[in-house]
Design a protein around this ligand. Structure first.
Ligand code: GLC
Length: 543
């Protein structure tokens, strides 16, 4: 299978995109209604977070039926209509496949609990649990009924890990992927897919050094090869991406190098941990620019040299908005948003835009814990209190780090509920919507800049396919890289700070041509001064 490197993916959190039924929850009809908007932006693929039947304990990542549509979001007929209409706009659909675990409401788990041996082997049951912690807090093992055994859940207690060592489990999960392929779906995002391969003998994790025991096991690659072969491997065109938790470059090269027949590309999260204190998420710390830049360089070059492929992103449904983390938004929202965009859209890999990013949406600025819905945030708040933080300190951390920051309703216009719904939404709208919304921003600076970046990638092979090489590596102010394609060279410099920075420019770029910038008046010379959060892309002069 091959994928098109000119493509740009747009992520939609269906629950918060557009409500057309008046229940305060976004739906498939809402996505259909907004297809013209997506086409205007110019994106090629839309990734939809899970909309399958689910108790919604983890907003759909707790799937109770993999082959149906949750009535909250619509019907299968709505999905078919969406799929068909999207194609008419030249947009493909990418579905979220949650194959590491299923909801404890799923019939497999229910049958297992009722004593069915066949289904008990669908899960990871042990007499003696390991010391593993759930990623959402607490123990990762919970008693399995009254059997005396424990079942593994790396996430919430209602998300039971599936036993991929059992061939029947793999067969069932491959059927899920093929079910959606039979409906014409050609794109898949595989949730925490580097956790599916558990070792036969599970080991404790006493010297936790960031990468838990159950991550990137060698057998994980085998399972991905099997998945590839049994499902999308022979599709002529399509796009697959794996979400990789705590991963590394050698594994990601292998996951995404075409010769391994696993996936097209990978998400990693190292760059979004540079504002974690001591590697811990539920802390507050200004971001470490040097660490960020070095990570981009090592990953950019490592993946480029190894023939792997990155999914590039600043935002998703699990992250606070990048603008609030990396940019002085009070003074430079437009400059910061466009610089962040260019820093990945001109890089090597496939760019992903998370809904609202293209209009510079911000964190919601909630006032109270009662505004939050996310299970991880609610657990973390209790853990912070238990660890001795005051309610005010704990709240400040949740406010900065909660996943709900990105899950607030899309801000379409300045009418009540931001034009998302006629009724109170399931999660409160962000405070910024009267100023920051699609209607206003289409005439602003950020939306048109995204349109331009998407057009450039389509038009220029050096952007879509060029190799990656670090530039200005010693600078503690700019993140810069070159793209190389045949004899062509493109230099991209991004000022990550709210102050001017002056750099020397080499001959080939001094005499080159400005391809793109978020400031109008830059003159190429021996020395150039980049303004606050300026991005500047220069095509080298041809010899
Ligand atoms: C992934 C999803 C996240 C979910 C978790 C468990 O990290 O992106 O939203 O909670 O997996 O499925």
């Amino acid at each position: 299978m091959s994928f098109d490197k000119r493509q740009v993916v747009y992520q939609i959190y269906p629950k918060s995109f557009k409500d057309t039924t008046g229940n305060g929850i976004g739906d498939l009809g809402g996505i259909i209604a907004k297809l013209p908007y997506l086409a205007e932006l110019g994106v090629d693929v839309i990734w939809l977070n899970p909309f399958y039947p689910s108790p919604q304990r983890d907003n759909g990542y707790d799937v109770s039926d993999y082959k149906a549509v949750n009535p909250l979001f619509g019907t299968m007929a709505d999905f078919e209509k969406l799929s068909q209409q999207a194609k008419e706009y030249g947009i493909e659909i990418m579905l979220d496949m949650v194959l590491n675990h299923c909801s404890t409401d799923h019939e497999w788990f229910q049958k297992a609990l009722a004593g069915d041996r066949f289904y008990q082997d669908f899960f990871i049951l042990r007499d003696e649990p390991t010391d593993w912690q759930s990623k959402f807090g607490g123990n990762a093992w919970t008693p399995f009924g009254d059997t005396g055994k424990y079942y593994l859940h790396l996430f919430d207690v209602t998300q039971a890990d599936l036993n991929w060592r059992n061939p029947h489990v793999r067969e069932e999960l491959f059927k899920v992927v093929n079910f959606w392929r039979s409906k014409g779906v050609k794109g898949f995002r595989f949730d925490v897919i580097n956790l599916i391969g558990k070792d036969e003998v599970l080991k404790d994790n006493p010297n936790f050094d960031g990468k838990p025991e159950y991550t990137d096991r060698p057998i994980n690659h085998t399972y991905l090869q099997m998945l590839n072969k049994a499902t999308f491997g022979d599709d002529e065109m399509g796009i697959t991406v794996g979400e990789m938790s705590f991963t590394d470059i050698p594994n990601c090269v292998q996951y995404s190098n075409p010769s391994s027949h696993e996936l097209d590309m990978v998400f990693n999260f190292h760059h979004l941990k540079v504002d974690y204190d001591n590697g811990q998420k539920w802390t507050r710390k200004p971001f470490d620019f040097i660490e960020l830049k070095n990570l981009f360089h090592t990953w950019g070059e490592g993946m480029s040299q190894g023939g792997g492929w990155n999914a590039l992103f600043w935002n998703n449904h699990d992250q606070p908005r990048a603008l609030n983390r990396f940019i002085d938004v009070e003074h430079f929202r437009n400059e910061g948003a466009t610089m962040l965009a260019a820093s990945i859209h001109l890089s090597r890999g496939t760019p992903y835009i998370y809904m609202g990013e293209e209009i510079g949406m911000l964190d919601p600025d909630y006032d109270s814990m009662t505004d939050y819905a996310d299970v991880e945030s609610l657990n973390a708040y209790q853990d912070l209190l238990a660890a001795g933080k005051s309610p005010a300190e704990a709240f400040a951390i949740i406010k900065a780090k909660s996943r709900d920051n990105s899950r607030t309703p899309m801000q379409w216009d300045s009418s009540p509920n931001a034009g998302f719904s006629d009724t109170a939404p399931w999660l409160k709208v962000g405070k910024s919507y009267p100023q920051i919304n699609v209607e206003k921003e289409k005439e602003g600076k950020i939306f048109p800049f995204y349109q331009k970046l998407i057009r450039l990638r389509k038009a220029m092979p050096i952007i879509a396919e060029g190799a990656y090489r670090a530039a200005y590596q010693d600078s503690d102010r700019v993140y810069a890289f070159e793209r190389l394609f045949g004899d062509d060279r493109l230099l991209v410099i991004n000022n990550f700070f709210g102050q001017n920075v002056t750099l020397n420019l080499s001959e080939q770029y001094r005499t080159g041509e400005i391809l793109l910038s978020n400031y109008a008046d830059t003159v190429l010379d021996e020395k150039i001064t980049l303004k606050p959060y300026q991005t500047l892309a220069i095509l080298a002069a041809q010899n």
